[in-house]
Ligand binder design. Structure first.
Ligand SMILES: [Zn+2]
Ligand SMILES: [Zn+2]
Length: 466
């Protein structure tokens, strides 16, 4: 009986407690039931890289910065002199104790050298020694003479503030406008940047194949055509070709003659290559590969047409600098009418020389460019949309590499340049491509393609006639 009363009592208490706690318990239960595992935070670095891979970067057309010499003087020294004269405090010319150049004028008020001091001597932090600062007696402006400046002084064309030099790279200095209220920053969403280029194209474009003449040869053009067919259409050495010619055709030719003929063809075709027809599409695929010359590494830069795979331009350079990348892009751009051809997409790998080179090309020509950086274009997995460019490059290297390996490195820089000319000629106009039903990528008009030796004969005639 007592037991039953206790049970009833406990039951009542539980009921009462449940009723009391109901408003607290229900939300807790609801929360437990509706729990979801937390979402993983996206990796900011990965997101940025992924975005870079997927979206081609349009080359922004930006205004060039304002140079110090273009800046109009904000004050007029004559006006200040006159005002001071009228106020009874005339400014007298400076008595120079230290000599000062007579063409020095104040950049702020155009005061002549007679009002400019040269006595504030200070030490520069990078141990350039003690240098003289100039000071204007009329407007109190102080400045360093241009020869002591580490880099040029530039001003933002959008907000007028002086822009800071951020990095120095081989070939250019990068400047940035740090003004948070800059008009450009508010419009575009990023800071105004400018690269001041100091690249020298001489080292890249100076080399042409050595002058070698074909006319002195006592062999017929048909014999030379057979020799060149074997030497250039197959990755054979000149000695192997000489033995084929004597063994099969009874032609006694020294291996040096074959090399000379190849050099002569490179010499003739170096200027002619630019005039030969080529497929032009608005996608360029750019890549560089190492080639050995004189025991050192050189770099063969190539621009391929993104639709057909023909070589648009090739440049062999001792370095991988901005100058080399710019040289090959500029060479390719000469084949286009940039004012009418529209937007050109340049697909490259991750080499750091390409973005500044493309920027320079965009600033020097009237073309519109966008840059598409694809990491692992040559040797790595790439996404589907870039797969066809990877195929083009692989196709190209599958033909190039056997040719290069027969040489085991070039004896000279000019040897490498000769190779690049002959290879472009062969790859574009003679090599039977499986993507074009065993026909060359581009066919030259009036050239007899019925037999490769006849095509070579036609090319030799074309070269010597020009
Ligand atoms: Zn002044
Ligand atoms: Zn600015």
């Amino acid at each position: 009986m007592l037991n039953h009363v206790l049970k009833l009592f406990v039951g009542h208490i539980v009921y009462y407690l449940l009723n009391l706690l109901h408003p607290i318990l229900v939300p807790i239960v609801m929360k437990i039931l509706s729990w979801e595992p937390p979402k993983q935070k996206p990796n900011p670095v990965r997101a940025r890289v992924g975005k870079k891979l997927a979206v081609p970067e349009t080359i922004q057309e930006t205004e060039p910065p304002i140079k110090l010499t273009d800046l109009k003087p904000s004050l007029d020294y004559r006006q200040i002199l006159k005002e001071c004269q009228e106020a009874g405090k005339p400014i007298k010319p400076v008595k120079h104790r230290k000599p000062i150049s007579k063409d020095t004028t104040c950049p702020h008020c155009e005061a002549p050298y007679t009002y400019i001091y040269s006595n504030a001597t200070i030490s520069l932090p990078d141990k350039c020694g003690r240098v003289q600062k100039h000071k204007c007696k009329i407007c109190n402006h102080q400045w360093f003479p241009a020869k002591y400046r580490k880099h040029i002084t530039l001003f933002c064309p959008y907000c007028g503030q002086r822009i800071d030099m951020k990095v120095h790279r081989k070939g250019f200095d990068k400047f940035k406008c740090i003004n948070p209220e800059c008009e450009y920053r508010q419009k575009v969403g990023q800071r105004y940047t400018w690269r001041d280029y100091s690249i020298c194209l001489d080292a890249v474009q100076r080399y042409v194949p050595p002058k070698t003449k074909l006319s002195a040869s006592h062999f017929s053009s048909a014999s030379i055509a057979v020799a060149l067919f074997f030497f250039i259409s197959f990755p054979l050495s000149s000695r192997e070709v000489a033995s084929i010619l004597s063994g099969t055709f009874g032609l006694s030719v020294s291996h040096q003659s074959i090399l000379n003929w190849a050099y002569a063809m490179a010499y003739y075709f170096h200027p002619l290559l630019d005039a030969l027809p080529v497929h032009l599409s608005n996608t360029w695929v750019v890549d560089e590969t190492y080639l050995l010359y004189e025991g050192k590494w050189g770099y063969l830069f190539t621009v391929l047409d993104g639709e057909h795979g023909s070589i648009l331009a090739q440049v062999f350079s001792p370095t991988r600098t901005v100058a080399a990348a710019f040289a090959v892009l500029e060479k390719a751009s000469r084949k286009f009418d940039l004012t009418t051809c529209g937007l050109i997409t340049i697909v490259t790998d991750g080499l750091a020389s390409y973005p500044p080179a493309i920027q320079l090309l965009a600033s020097q020509t009237k073309g519109q460019f966008q840059h598409c950086k694809v990491i692992g274009l040559k040797d790595g997995k790439v996404k589907n949309q870039y797969r066809k460019y990877k195929n083009l490059i692989e196709n190209y290297y599958s033909v190039l590499k056997p040719y290069y390996y027969r040489t085991r490195g070039f004896g000279s820089f000019q040897g490498a340049v000769t190779f690049s000319v002959l290879f472009t000629l062969y790859y574009n106009y003679l090599h039977p491509s499986d993507r074009f039903n065993d026909k060359p990528i581009v066919q030259i008009d009036n050239l007899n393609y019925s037999h490769p030796v006849l095509a070579w004969k036609g090319l030799i005639e074309k070269a010597t006639a020009a």
